[in-house]
Design a protein around this ligand. Sequence first.
Ligand SMILES: Cc1cc2nc3c(=O)[nH]c(=O)nc-3n(C[C@H](O)[C@H](O)[C@H](O)COP(=O)(O)O)c2cc1C
Length: 194
Amino acid sequence: MRTDAAYELLRQFTSPIVAVTSAWQGRTNGMILDSAVRASISPHVPRLSVYVHEWHFSHDLIWNSGKFCLHLLHQGQLDLVYRLGFKSGQDRDKLADIPHTLGQLGLPVLADRVAAFELEVVNTMDTGYSTLFLGHVRAVHPGEEKEILTPPWFRANMPKEWEPEWLANYRKAQDSIDGHTQIEDRRWTGPRVS
Ligand SMILES: Cc1cc2nc3c(=O)[nH]c(=O)nc-3n(C[C@H](O)[C@H](O)[C@H](O)COP(=O)(O)O)c2cc1C
């Protein structure tokens, strides 16, 4: 990865590390994010937003289905971060060996979680390299009350042998972003009919 003094300060704005699952036309998938933000302060309007890079398989599934399930994770789930966040699910079923059920919106809800939220997309914004999905919470699935997994904790505690792959993935994504800063007038207009 590449960094500098300003980027180290920007890194303070990451969210907890969360798992985002998705489903579309019989395929399911999961990825890892640290870009989830509460997007409303009203309990009557429960909303969250996430930034998903456009080259991820999850991006296609969320864009086409108009829904995603966000999971708060705990510190005992480093292995899940590796399984969902280091390789794409484009040509493998990443959830095959990860216990889960289907929730109210038909989305994979992971059994091991601090909490899970099923959301419907209500709007999007193109950044050039990613889409900001604004989601409205339609179902909440509480889990175990444990210490939340944060990026600083992940960086300090991930097994040393994962680091080269993590840094290489990071660098690859940074290079892709640098070449894709042209913002398009592209707005999500509703789920695609399957
Ligand atoms: C700690 C961590 C944080 C990440 N944060 C993001 C993020 O905010 N947005 C994003 O698009 N990808 C993020 N990723 C990368 C994706 O999780 C990863 O590339 C994943 O393999 C994509 O899977 P998919 O192609 O199956 O959707 C993160 C990965 C890790 C390990």
